[in-house]
Ligand binder design. Structure first.
Ligand code: HEC
Length: 247
């Protein structure tokens, strides 16, 4: 009788607290389910800035494409959504599974079965045409990320900027830093000057050719939450960062 009462208490505790060994969600959420698996197992090699040995066509610390600064026509590096199917293919832990890929991911170690199921279920939700898997709902009580930035050095027209991105929920944060750039006709336009990563980073910004003036720097920060509904691609907070004065 005591044992029964105890197990009822335990069962109630599990149901109410949502802990215990849950099954992987059938349609995983990028922010709640997928991102933590990638953060723990993949991002040290596939996070921006990319390890030179890994494919440069995608980064796994972001859901969405990132604008790569420094190109006259901005290129886009794919985020995790664009390679959703590859994530599951590359990390199948089944010893009987043989992959056509050069290496099984993560190298030298098998991904846990639960973590793999999350990636597999997520890739199963990918759109047949675009191949992209949806973000799914984010955390109900999600808190927005923030950024602070300062200029740490200036040599001629090259500025060194340092920033720190904070997120109280410890989500990975991605996105871009925007400032004045020159278009092909040398007209000033707003463009990507830096790439956002979680934590601290220092980057160089070459302002050669920009007219003297005071310029606003802003950032788009994406912590994985779905901010504009299932079909939108504006899932970021846009925040002012600092003002830079060029002579
Ligand atoms: C220790 C570093 C490291 C970790 C950790 C790592 N990878 Fe990789 N990954 C690589 C390297 C290196 C390559 C390139 C392999 C090659 O071309 O031989 C690669 C390639 C890939 C590819 C492309 C495969 C192809 O042939 O196109 C995918 C997809 C991938 N990794 C997914 C993942 C996933 C998912 C995880 C986490 C579960 C992960 N990786 C963890 C280093 C890593």
């Amino acid at each position: 009788m005591r044992a029964l009462a105890l197990s009822l208490v335990l069962a109630a505790g599990v149901a109410a607290g949502g802990c215990g060994l849950d099954d992987p969600p059938e349609v995983p959420s990028w922010q709640v389910d997928v991102m933590p698996v990638l953060a723990a197992n993949c991002v040290r090699c596939h996070g921006y800035p990319l390890n030179p040995l890994v494919p440069s066509s995608f980064r796994l610390d972001a859901y969405a494409p990132t604008l790569l600064p420094g190109f006259s026509v901005p290129l886009e590096g794919t985020g995790g959504a664009g390679v959703a199917k590859d994530l599951a293919t590359a990390s199948d832990p089944d010893p009987a599974f043989t992959t056509t890929l050069t290496k099984r991911m993560p190298p030298n170690r098998r991904l846990g079965e639960h973590e793999y199921q999350i990636l597999r279920n997520w890739s199963g939700a990918a759109d047949a045409v675009t191949n992209e898997a949806p973000r799914g709902p984010g955390r109900a009580d999600n808190r927005s990320p923030s950024i602070t930035m300062e200029e740490v050095a200036r040599e001629g027209s090259v500025l060194t900027l340092a920033f720190e991105v904070r997120d109280l929920d410890h989500d990975l944060v991605s996105g871009n830093i925007f400032g004045p750039t020159l278009d092909v006709q040398d007209q000033v336009q707003v463009g990507a000057i830096g790439v956002v990563v979680s934590g601290r980073r220092t980057f160089a910004w070459d302002t050669t050719g920009l007219p003297a003036g005071s310029y606003d720097i802003t950032a788009r920060l994406d912590d994985g939450a779905d901010l504009d509904g299932p079909d939108g691609d504006e899932d970021y907070v846009e925040v002012p960062v600092m003002t830079v004065v060029l002579p």
